[in-house]
Design a protein around this ligand. Sequence first.
Ligand SMILES: [Mn+2]
Length: 400
Amino acid sequence: MKFLHISDLHIGKQLYGYSLLEDQWYVLGQVLDIMEKECPDAILIAGDIYDKAIPGAEAVRLFDRFLTKASEIRPKTAVFVIAGNHDSARRIDFAGDILCREQIYIVGTPPENSEQNISKVTLTDAYGEVDVYILPFFKPGNLRGLFTEEENESYVNLSKESGRSEYDIYFEKLLAREKIDFNKRNIMLTHQFYLPGSGTIERTDSEIVTVGTIDNISAEQLSAFEYVAMGHIHRPQNCGSERMRYCGTLMPYSLSEEKDEKSVTMITLNEKGTAPEIEMIPVKPLRGVRKIKGTKQEIISAAEREKEKADDYVSITVTDEQPGRFVREELGSYFSHILEIRFENSHIKELIGEGSDAPLCEDYFEMFGRFYEMRNGITMSEQEKQILAHLLGETEEEEE
Ligand SMILES: [Mn+2]
């Protein structure tokens, strides 16, 4: 049985104010092509469908289009979708009971009371049955209704005494309620912060990072599953084992992902007891995300040589001592998607000190002056100072 695994679509996300919808459709189009070519039995979408709990209309339309196209592919591919921490669980649940008739299994809300279990769908191939567990993102508070008051109290105490996170303990209790048949092959689709037994996880700047280890879960709790399709971490990587994997995003969502190779993970399950075959199928972004540094002339010469990269999302650091006043306008004719322009020269180093933060000052006029110098590498002109003084005067009046 063959599965594709993707996650963290973050449809509707913006990068420094640029809409990424066109880029997102471009990579989702490649996913549809891979589905056509590889004919998987199912695609697993491991959470963070949207970037926000209330996504924009265009974002919803884009995912609707993807599901429609996916459902038209023959032979039929089952689609499994869970909510991530960025999604609204209840909104993701919309029309779930109807969609499952099309073999689109969307689960937003984790089990909430003692009657409910983790959603499960059983698929069959020549080697027998595969149970797919569909567990959307949960916080410990979402699972309290599954247990008695005394149990909940004891779990919280256990967390305090043992130093294990409440997430880790609640996940253990959640799994223990399921009657998982490990004579069969089992798949888990999940969106939590799992950590491997040893080693670490490589994070990126496009995830929301929580402080410390408040939300981590030991991935070893899932070691008896044939494959665990994880979402949440944006850089593709295994979580302690080949069979537990964060597939990562389909495209870079921060400058820290400049060198990431994005892909769709393909999993082939054979007979129970044999290791699954794992393959990464590369996905190319419509536009790259990259950092550029040099003098204006160096940057422009490189841009002229590499015209095909003119539409990349770029963070540019200009190192000229006298960069001039219209750097953004000048570079704007070579790059269509400038994320930011930074300056680095002796003047700025003197201002902020090598490797130290700029000193705080109380005076708004002086503070803005420093900011201006840092951004532009030159001081304000007399006319600009007058404009600033006028604006500061206005805001002071408003505050009163
Ligand atoms: Mn995410």
